[in-house]
Design a binder for this molecule. Structure first.
Ligand code: ADP
Length: 248
C-alpha cells in the first residue's frame, strides 16, 4: 500500500445557502497518496465540498487542515491553489491557441504575464518535469501541436498535466470522463491510478463503472453529509445507499 498518514482533514463542515444546508456536518479524511472517489446523487453537496476545500466557499462552521499544520480556512483560494491543492474543473480550459508545451510551460511558471513567461527559458528541472508530465499524460508526441486541435480526452489530460507540473500534494478532479470515448476512459483510469502514491487524488464522478475501475475507497455523499464509505462493493450493498439511488 502506498498511502501514509492523512493529508487532508475536513471536520464538521456546514455551508448554508439561504438557510438550505448544502453541506451538513461533513467529515472527510484523505490519506497521503490515496485515490478517493466521491459519489452521490445530484445536489448531494459534491461541488460545494470541492469549493470549500479549494477556498472558493468559506463554510459557516467546521475546520479543514492540510497536513498537521495548515489551516485552510485561513487561506485564500489563490494561496490554496499555489500551496499544493490543484483543482480540475469538468470542462477543459486550456489555452487553445498555444501549443501543448506552451500550456505546460505557462502552468509551470504560473506567471501572470503570458508573454514574459513564453519568452523566458525554464530551468532544467522545470523542463524535465514537463517532459515527465508529457509522458504521464500521453502527450509527448503532441507537444508542438496547438491545444485547440487536441481531442476532448487529450485536452482533459493536458489540463491535468497543467496541474501536475505544479507538483500538487492533492488533486481534485471533477467528472474526468464525462464525454469521453471508451478508449479515453480507459486511459484516464490508467493516468489517475498512476498518480496516486505520489499525489492524493480525489475524483468526483457519476460514471459508476469508471469509479469501480479505479477506486479503492469510495465516499457517498447525501444531503451534505457522508452516507457511507468503503470499497465499491461495500457502498453498493449498503441499504441506505441503495435507497438513495433508487429514489433519485
Ligand atoms: P452536487 O455537486 O452533489 O450536485 P452541489 O454542491 O452543487 O451538489 O449542491 C448542493 C445543494 O446546494 C444543491 O441543492 C444546490 O442547489 C445548493 N447550492 C449549491 N450552490 C448554491 C448557491 N450558490 N446558492 C444556492 N444554493 C446552492
Amino acid at each position: 500500500d502506498t498511502t501514509h498518514g492523512p493529508i487532508l482533514y475536513v471536520e464538521n463542515i456546514s455551508v448554508s445557502f439561504d438557510g438550505f444546508k448544502a453541506l451538513n456536518n461533513l467529515d472527510l479524511t484523505i490519506d497521503e497518496g490515496e485515490l478517493r472517489c466521491i459519489i452521490g446523487p445530484n445536489g448531494a453537496g459534491k461541488t460545494t465540498m470541492m469549493d470549500v476545500i479549494t477556498g472558493k466557499t468559506k463554510p459557516d462552521t467546521g475546520s479543514i487542515w492540510f497536513g498537521q499544520r495548515i489551516d485552510l480556512l485561513k487561506r485564500s483560494e489563490h494561496q490554496i491553489a499555489r500551496g499544493g491543492i490543484g483543482r480540475k474543473f469538468q470542462k477543459p480550459t486550456v489555452f487553445e491557441a498555444l501549443s501543448v508545451f506552451e500550456n505546460l510551460e505557462l502552468a509551470t511558471a504560473s506567471k501572470k504575464n503570458v508573454w514574459y513567461t513564453l519568452n523566458n527559458d525554464l530551468n532544467g528541472e522545470q523542463r524535465d518535469r514537463i517532459d515527465e508530465v508529457l509522458r504521464q499524460t500521453g502527450l509527448t508526441e503532441h507537444y508542438h501541436q496547438e491545444a485547440g486541435a487536441l481531442s476532448h480526452g487529450q485536452k482533459q489530460w493536458l489540463e491535468i498535466g497543467m496541474l501536475l507540473v505544479q507538483n500538487p500534494r492533492v488533486l481534485l478532479v471533477d467528472e474526468p470522463v464525462a464525454g469521453m470515448t471508451g478508449e479515453e476512459v480507459e486511459k484516464t483510469a490508467e493516468l489517475l491510478t498512476s498518480l496516486a502514491g505520489r499525489h492524493s487524488v480525489i475524483v468526483v464522478e457519476h460514471d459508476m463503472a469508471f469509479v469501480r475501475s479505479i477506486a479503492r475507497k469510495v465516499t457517498v455523499l447525501h444531503q451534505g453529509s457522508v452516507l457511507a464509505e468503503g470499497s465499491m462493493d461495500q457502498v453498493q450493498n449498503n441499504p441506505r445507499v441503495i435507497e438513495v439511488y433508487l429514489g433519485e
